[in-house]
Design a protein around this ligand. Sequence first.
Ligand SMILES: [Mn+2]
Length: 232
Amino acid sequence: MADKRIKTPDELLKIMKAEAMGDICFTHILDFIKTGMTEIQVAEEIERVLLALGAEGLSFPTICVSGTRTEFPHGEPTDKVIEEGDFVTIDMGAIVDGYCGDMTRTVAMGQITDEQQEVYDIVLRSQKAGLEAVKSGVKCFDVDKVCRDIIAEAGYGQYYIHGTGHGVGTEVHEAPTLNTKSDEVLEEYMPVTIEPGIYIPETFGVRIEDLAIVTDFGIINTTKSEKELIIL
Ligand SMILES: [Mn+2]
């Protein structure tokens, strides 16, 4: 039996197409999002745009959380108004021909604190190092460790409260699982997310997520959106 974690070229193309829709949508949202809007308004616009681009559905209900609510990795959007100084975390995915996209970006609304900037930089460094660690033959827990060690060494280890990533296919969460326990070995043409985060209770959180295709030399990153901190 074929290993369902390894995708065919046809499957990978559908995943790439779904992720490209996410990139286009994110670019639109950077222009759309303003202080004074609610999280729900932004989430609804994301979903409208993905469907308008031709998505047949959404990989999962869109996450848009702001301000202190960014402490919730899987928070549902609410009527909370987006304010100056907020981080806004958006996690979304389109479905194309049955295959899911999945990407996360955290952006800042206007002036942020030094701590916000510092935490963002740590997550970004962790996320980039995780992507660099991905290659066929590497064990999933080793990729998780690369991401986790950077966050821990920066003093935020207790606030990294989930795994580093997962496979993607017709379901948004598939094998392989990238966490502290998974000894699965990455193989060429597995699509996997790399999505470390820091979530400080009642303060703020940051997550950055790309969807990468494992190769023998490293990755093909299907997520093209900017991930240096965007201040709107
Ligand atoms: Mn994900």
